[in-house]
Design a protein around this ligand. Structure first.
Ligand SMILES: C[S@@+](CC[C@H](N)C(=O)[O-])C[C@H]1O[C@@H](n2cnc3c(N)ncnc32)[C@H](O)[C@@H]1O
Length: 220
């Protein structure tokens, strides 16, 4: 059952973060350009709730806007085994503003923060047999980093699970996702409401293509 008091605290923290911004920013205007907007956070929360997720991996904590939306989904679902693993290599550059937002929302004991590059943390989680129901990706936007993140998330997220990406308006992010759509059967999942997010459903069972079946995926 959902913890009503905790849910109220999380919603209040999300409201305050959206209205007033974080306690500290890296630079003027940084919050607006980096954090997931509230409306997209709502879309993410609703999507994860519809999926009845238990374990969510998030890449890119930043100011914690997306993390609070994921936390709201997990607490609303009320599953005691709910887990939220967050990977962020550069949270200190944000003077820990994202983690403080999580703590202020009462979520610190329900989240695990791995402060390392996702390209190194994700393969370790795979080797530890972690299985997630969904992932949210908003870390490095450099093509090869996004590609490596998606490569390992494809193994970490269970077949039939969801991978949600922010910022597919960037060719670097979109092109990385496109490989998996064209070559390994990821399917775009419609998202209710206005949002810039894109969600991909992983095939069940997992598709292992042969190299001979490779299809070029850029400019398609
Ligand atoms: C766009 S911000 C995330 C914003 C966040 N989703 C929010 O709503 O506030 C990108 C984040 O990814 C982190 N990051 C960048 N490159 C990374 C990498 N290679 N591994 C892990 N985290 C990375 C940065 O430290 C930053 O916090």
């Amino acid at each position: 059952m959902a913890d009503a008091t905790l849910l109220t605290t999380i919603r209040k923290a999300r409201r305050e973060l959206a209205d007033d911004g974080p306690q500290r920013t890296r630079a003027a205007g940084d919050f607006a350009s980096v954090a997931l907007p509230e409306v997209d956070g709502d879309a993410l929360r609703d999507l994860l709730m519809a999926e009845q997720v238990r374990v969510v991996v998030e890449v890119g904590l930043g100011y914690g806007s997306s993390a609070l939306a994921i936390g709201e989904a997990l607490v609303s679902l009320g599953t005691p085994e709910g887990k939220h693993l967050i990977i962020d290599a550069y949270q200190t550059q944000f003077q820990n503003a994202g983690w403080e937002a999580i703590a202020a929302a009462g979520l610190a004991t329900r989240c695990t923060l791995l402060q390392e590059r996702s390209q190194l943390a994700l393969p370790r989680l795979v080797s530890e047999d972690v299985v997630a129901d969904a992932a949210f990706v908003d870390g490095s936007h450099v093509f090869h980093n996004v590609f490596v993140d998606l490569y390992f998330l494809r193994e970490l997220v269970r077949p039939g699970g969801l991978i949600v990406l922010d910022d597919c308006q960037w060719p670097s992010v979109l092109t990385a996702a496109r490989y998996f759509e064209v070559n390994v059967g990821w399917q775009q999942q419609p998202i209710d409401g206005p949002t810039r997010l894109r969600a991909f459903r992983l095939p069940r069972p997992r598709v292992e293509p042969s190299f001979e079946a490779f299809r070029p995926f850029w400019n398609t």
